[in-house]
Design a protein around this ligand. Sequence first.
Ligand SMILES: Cc1cc2nc3c(=O)[nH]c(=O)nc-3n(C[C@H](O)[C@H](O)[C@H](O)COP(=O)(O)O)c2cc1C
Length: 175
Amino acid sequence: MPHPRNILIAYASRLGSTAEVAQTIADEIGAVARWIGDIDNLAGYDAVIIGSAIRYDKWLPEATDFVKTHYSTLQTMPVAIFLTCLTLSHKSPKALQQATRYADSIATTLPHVHTAGIGQFAGVLDYSKMPRRARLLARLVFAFLRVPEGDYRDWQAIRAWAKTTLPRIEQRKSS
Ligand SMILES: Cc1cc2nc3c(=O)[nH]c(=O)nc-3n(C[C@H](O)[C@H](O)[C@H](O)COP(=O)(O)O)c2cc1C
């Protein structure tokens, strides 16, 4: 089955790790990854994958704003979404439940968009990337949450998700 060639990966990322996830997905399926703030319109794209880091239990506001701004267009095309978070640095059922709650709450912001998939990925904790004034609070919060500094991204899982999501997007396009 031919793939829709012009797939956009629209990503929101504050410290860069979600940008790299977006680029990896783009490379895997031959799509284009662009920072969400640079995207004025969706003309010329056949499908969109929207991804964002989770901060304070939510997608970044720029991702939510993007969905609001382009909502009517998003209803007319195949859409998949993904999130990165540090909850998934833990492998417990409780952590999975929490990540699923994030995904569910994002899905409620797209009630009339049939998403072809929701990827949930572990992200990165790197204090050196944070503004100095934010580090102390972050250290306290993540110590409390028992998340050591580290890169928790599972590239194999990210690529596998991209590969399985592509045909789902294609199905939506032709149905
Ligand atoms: C200020 C701040 C708040 C965060 N809030 C959450 C959260 O509520 N839940 C969670 O699972 N991860 C949370 N994270 C972890 C981020 O989702 C994770 O570090 C992600 O990889 C950051 O992506 P970025 O490098 O693209 O900005 C938070 C990180 C920071 C720095």
